[in-house]
Design a protein around this ligand. Structure first.
Ligand SMILES: [Zn+2]
Ligand SMILES: [Zn+2]
Length: 140
């Protein structure tokens, strides 16, 4: 993902009025690529923005998704996470530390046998398992 230096300009370019809260929320997403939930985003920003509410975070995320600058990650049914990196990449969730990590996916490596002539609108690649850090911690 290319580094976004000016969040305000980036939002404007994508048809979003860059309000103070929107800039702060987007800036947080870009600088914390940990696929946060609404809850995490809210808790991380509420000290800095006391007027922030979870509803605002939620509505802002919906707007960002609508404008195509954020993608939704639903690796778990009961947990919605957000990603400011909208390029095609896979997500790995560690069942031990609960972290969601990115991995590179080469579009050329994916086989679409059986659905060759279908139109694909969304592409999600989700894996679950135990990450390297948790694996080595378990071995000690
Ligand atoms: Zn882990
Ligand atoms: Zn990601």
């Amino acid at each position: 993902m290319q580094k976004i230096l000016d969040c305000s300009e980036y939002l404007r370019k994508n048809g979003i009025k860059p309000s103070f809260q929107r800039i702060k929320i987007f800036d947080y997403l870009v600088n914390n690529p940990v696929h946060p939930t609404v809850d995490t985003i809210y808790r991380s920003l509420v000290n800095e923005i006391p007027t922030l509410s979870k509803t605002t975070v939620y509505n802002t995320m919906s707007l960002f998704i609508e404008q195509g600058i954020v993608q939704l990650i639903t690796i778990e049914d009961n947990e919605v996470r957000y990603d400011a990196d909208t390029s095609v990449h896979g997500h790995f969730k560690c069942t031990a530390c609960q972290k969601v990590l990115d991995f590179h996916v080469d579009a050329g490596d994916i086989s679409y046998k059986g659905i060759e002539n279908f139109d694909i609108i969304e592409q999600h690649i989700y894996l679950k398992g135990v990450c390297g850090t948790c694996k080595s911690a378990n071995l000690q």
